[in-house]
Ligand binder design. Structure first.
Ligand code: ATR
Length: 272
């Protein structure tokens, strides 16, 4: 029986992870199965244990179970520890479960490897102070930006999150209404505003000339924040499809020890 992997969440039918991981497996010649698991709230642990008892070797975890996965795993990577959330569970050879979070490295790899961005020395604005933002903080700070500003509708949440990470780099938090007069090289949207087709309420002139925007969300049509970037003369206005594929690639590497070629899979999914 081949090693089994899956993505677990609720809802889950829309997930592109099976398609991505099957493409990685085909490309690398790894023998594995990759499926999807719909778990009911309150039954996450039971669903994981059942899967592991049936030759499951690892899971990707998505909404709303990333914090549950963090609680379930007895050991974590440093980046999962900062995130307080786990998107990748790995069954170690000794039977222990390890929790990691590949979202941030997915974002950083998409920006730097796929798009040639230099994050080191950049002034970066990260919008939102929820799970999406927390999930990417450590790898973003590891890339050594000159300054990372977290701005949130509720200012106190941004300040608290920045304070938690103060030892990891030059980071500060503020309200969206405190951004007037500032300039950034890169603005990353980690808010949930896009779910309602909206963008966070930010000043018009905060993107430096030649600056980029990045929406952690993606869709078949350009997202509201991608459109914001385009209409504010971003040099590049990127969506989160590349991040999705790069976080998957890092999970695949954690499980199999093999780095897949992400460019081919990005092209495949963009063509759909
Ligand atoms: P997630 O886990 O997806 O990050 P979350 O923890 O609910 O979700 O956080 C959602 C984030 O999007 C928050 O930062 C939220 O701002 P508040 O903390 O002020 O609620 C932000 N958000 C949601 N809708 C928004 C909107 N219309 N404009 C600006 N920020 C918004």
């Amino acid at each position: 029986m081949p090693d089994r992997y899956a993505v677990i969440g609720n809802p889950i039918e829309h997930s592109k992870s099976p398609q991505i991981h099957r493409a990685f497996a085909e490309q690398t010649g790894e023998q594995l199965e990759y499926g999807r698991i719909l778990a009911e709230p309150g039954h996450f642990e039971q669903a994981v244990q059942e899967f592991l008892a049936n030759n499951g070797k690892g899971l990707n975890v998505t909404v709303p179970f990333k914090e549950d996965a963090w609680r379930l795993a007895p050991e974590h990577s440093a980046r999962a520890q900062t995130a307080g959330a786990v998107n990748t569970l790995i069954l170690l050879p000794d039977g222990h479960l390890r929790g990691d979070n590949t979202d941030g490295v997915g974002l950083v790899n998409d920006l730097s490897r796929n798009h040639g961005s230099t994050l080191s020395g950049a002034e970066i604005l990260l919008l939102g102070a929820g799970g999406a933002t927390r999930g990417v903080l450590r790898p973003l700070l590891d890339a050594k930006p000159k300054q990372l500003t977290i701005a949130n509708r509720t200012a106190a949440k941004a300040s608290a999150l920045a304070a938690e990470c103060a030892t990891l780099g030059n980071i500060s938090g503020c309200g969206l209404d405190q951004l007037a007069g500032r300039k950034f090289d890169l603005i990353i949207n980690g808010t949930a505003a896009g779910l309602e087709g909206a963008v966070p309420d930010i000043p018009d002139n905060i993107l430096r000339s030649g600056g980029w925007t990045y929406d952690m969300m993606y869709g078949d049509a350009p997202t509201a924040f991608v459109r914001w970037g385009q209409s504010h003369r971003a040099d590049k206005a990127l969506d989160g499809l590349g991040m999705l594929i790069e976080q998957a690639a890092e999970s695949f590497y954690l499980w199999r020890g093999v780095h897949p070629d992400t460019a081919a899979v990005i092209t495949l999914l963009r063509a759909k």
